[in-house]
Design a protein. Structure first.
Length: 195
C-alpha cells in the first residue's frame, strides 16, 4: 500500500487540508493519506496550540466520511520535538509492507533544507508537492528538479490558513464555511480560539 503522510499541527484542521488530502489520493498513485497530527513542530511556536487530544479529535471528525483519509497520532508517543526523519524511520519499521511518501505544499520546499537530515528524506522517500501561491517567490525551488519530487499540478490552490481561522474566531467572525460541520460544532461548543 502506498501511503502519503500529511504532517501538520492542524490547529484547527480545515476544508483546505481535507481537499488537498483527498486530491492526493484521487490524482496520484497514493492509496491512502494519513493526516499526522504533530504535537509540536520544531519550526513553529507552541503558543495557542490546542491540546493534542482535541486536535486529533478534530481530524477524526473532518475525515470521518473518507475511508482513505486516516488521522494519525503516531507522533504523540515519540520523543519531542518531533523530527520527520525519526517519524518516517519509526513508521517504516512498524509498517514494513507500506510504501510511505511525504506530502507538502510548494512553499514548504523553501524551508525543507532546514529540516533535520532532509537529504535522507529527499533520497529515501517520494515527496508529493501541491502548489501554493507565493508572490515573494521569483522562481521555483531548485529542489523541484529532484527525481523524488512529484508535483501534483492539478491540485486546487487552497489559500486558507489555520491562523486566519483562529484570528477570525477570536475577532467574532463566522468561520464556519471554512471548516467541516462537525469540526465547527466542536470548536464552537468548546469556545476554542475565542481568547
Amino acid at each position: 500500500m502506498k501511503v502519503g503522510l500529511y504532517f501538520g499541527t492542524f490547529n484547527p484542521v480545515h476544508i483546505g487540508h481535507v481537499v488537498i488530502a483527498n486530491h492526493m489520493v484521487q490524482y496520484s498513485e497514493l492509496d491512502e493519506v494519513w493526516m499526522v497530527v504533530t504535537p509540536h513542530n520544531p519550526l513553529k511556536k507552541k503558543k495557542g496550540l490546542l491540546e493534542d487530544f482535541h486536535r486529533i479529535h478534530l481530524v477524526n471528525l473532518a475525515t470521518a466520511d473518507y475511508d482513505y483519509l486516516r488521522p494519525s497520532d503516531i507522533e504523540f508517543n515519540l520523543p519531542q520535538p518531533n523530527y520527520t526523519v525519526n517519524t518516517m524511520a519509526y513508521l517504516q519499521e512498524r509498517f514494513p509492507k507500506h510504501e510511505f511518501a511525504l506530502i507538502m505544499g510548494e512553499d514548504n520546499l523553501d524551508s525543507f533544507p532546514k529540516w533535520k537530515n532532509y537529504e535522507v528524506l529527499l533520497h529515501t522517500y517520494k515527496i508529493y508537492v501541491y502548489p501554493r501561491i507565493d508572490h515573494s517567490r521569483v522562481e521555483p525551488s531548485p529542489l523541484m528538479q529532484h527525481p523524488n519530487i512529484v508535483v501534483v499540478d492539478n491540485a486546487p490552490i487552497m489559500e486558507i490558513s489555520a491562523t486566519f481561522i483562529r484570528e477570525g474566531i477570536k475577532a467574532g467572525k463566522n468561520m464556519q464555511p471554512l471548516l467541516d460541520k462537525e469540526v465547527w460544532k466542536y470548536i464552537d461548543h468548546n469556545l476554542f480560539y475565542k481568547k
